[in-house]
Design a protein around this ligand. Structure first.
Ligand code: GDP
Ligand code: MG
Length: 163
């Protein structure tokens, strides 16, 4: 049995960085500038002995301000529909933003199975932001660093019961 994990969240929180880490190939573009990746991207992920399909929901970066919300919503809904589990990524250094709240609402309304990950939490960074993520009401936030590979053991432990 395998499963599909969709990585969702607003632009620039580190979704593609995490996707690349899980897939181990540079299938999704990562850039400091918003505007690089498109739509949904799928890869074969490994984490410990787990093998699963991972979806990077990009594309939001391309939207202008007017269409951002609608596009964000449609793309996230599509990712949720294709996935068994959603990894909802926030930026632990910024804490919960209004855009994060919108994503949380979409995920709740879709009744998605959600794991919250507070990214960019390498070292002792982002502790407050990660605590804030409890307020999303989507369960215990994992503290991870997609860039530095921290918290992958916690992610593994969160996924094992679902595999
Ligand atoms: P996406 O828009 O959500 O796909 O975000 P990206 O993966 O493109 O990353 C956006 C920016 O955040 C890039 O500059 C990344 O290098 C940076 N970033 C991603 N993960 C981490 C992390 O764990 N720690 C830190 N400090 N920066 C990160
Ligand atoms: Mg991206």
């Amino acid at each position: 049995m395998t499963f599909t994990l969709a990585i969702v969240g607003r632009p620039n929180v580190g979704k593609s960085t995490l996707f690349n880490r899980l897939v181990g190939k540079r299938l999704a573009l990562v850039d400091d500038q918003p505007g690089v990746t498109r739509d949904l991207r799928e890869g074969a992920a490994r984490l410990g002995d787990l093998r699963f399909v991972v979806i990077d929901s990009a594309g939001l970066e391309l939207a202008d301000d007017d269409s951002l919300q609608g596009r964000m919503r449609r793309l996230t809904e599509r990712a949720v529909e294709e996935a068994d589990i959603c990894l909802f990524v926030i930026d632990a250094r910024q804490g919960v933003t209004p855009a994060d709240e919108i994503f949380a609402d979409i995920l709740r309304r879709k009744n998605a199975h959600v794991i919250v990950a507070a990214n960019k939490a390498e070292g002792n960074a982002g502790e407050i932001g990660a605590m804030e993520a409890w307020s999303l009401g989507l369960g215990e936030p994992l503290r991870i660093s997609a860039e530095h590979g921290e918290g992958m053991d916690d992610l593994y432990r969160a996924l094992v019961p679902l595999a």
